[in-house]
Ligand binder design. Structure first.
Ligand code: 5GP
Length: 220
């Protein structure tokens, strides 16, 4: 049996990754991809379910598992630790399932080094102003680390050129088509990509998105 693909999705806070992923996963249908739940030491936010949003671990427990080689990669983000469990990823892939993890750019770099066949997808904002506006929008969650998140968002954008694909989340429907095309190109639908999806994925390569990334970086 062929090993399943490993999709790594990253992007700054406020870029709409969750909405986009939910839409694409519901289009592809239950079972097309396994979303592996990662672990963190950060406190739960309202609505976060243990084992669903994350495996919530104490710092001691996280460090113990990190030392025992439990994580494929782990990184510090905003003073908290986040890590991807190796076992869940390896087991699903070995069973031929495609796996998707949503992690930060430092984690994506580590995955690239350990699993060179991983497909790295960066979700980029249309502009840095749009990203700031989304973080500030009424209804956006009012965490008080806004400045830090903006700063980290800019740092994440600086690493986007190292990804295989860059999806620009400007018009949600178009971004959904783009992300779906990239996932399908790498096996997420049994029928494989349509010619239109191939063309769309081609437009999302990091090389094809160079100008957009340069414009974002100039705007930081
Ligand atoms: P949040 O605390 O807002 O849920 O997530 C903060 C950041 O941590 C996001 O960029 C998210 O993608 C990233 N993240 C979540 N799980 C992991 C992980 O296992 N490893 C790494 N490196 N980053 C993660």
């Amino acid at each position: 049996m062929a090993i399943g693909s490993l999709f790594v999705v990253s992007g700054p806070s406020g870029v709409g990754k969750d909405t986009l992923l939910q839409r694409v996963l519901s289009r592809l249908g239950q079972g097309a991809l396994v979303r592996v739940t990662t672990a963190t030491t950060r406190p739960k936010r309202p609505g976060d379910l243990d084992g669903v949003a994350y495996h919530f671990l104490s710092r001691d427990e996280f460090e113990r598992r990190a030392a025992a080689g439990w994580f494929l990669e782990w990184a510090r983000f905003g003073g908290e630790l986040y890590g991807t469990p190796t076992g869940a990823v390896a087991e699903a892939r070995a069973a031929g399932r495609h796996v998707l993890i949503q992690i930060d750019v430092q984690g994506a770099d580590q995955v690239r080094a350990l699993a060179p066949d991983a497909v790295l997808i960066f979700i980029a904002p249309p502009t840095m102003v749009a990203m700031r506006d989304r973080l500030l929008a009424p209804g956006a969650d009012a965490r008080n680390d806004l400045e830090q998140r903006l700063q980290r968002g800019a740092e994440e954008v600086a690493g986007a050129g190292r990804f295989d694909f860059v999806v620009i989340n400007d018009v949600l429907e178009e971004a959904t088509d783009e992300l779906e095309a990239v996932l399908v190109l790498h096996g997420a639908a049994p029928a494989g990509p349509t010619p239109a999806q191939r063309r769309l994925a081609e437009r999302c390569t990091a090389a094809a998105r160079r100008q957009h990334l340069d414009a974002l970086l100039a705007d930081r």
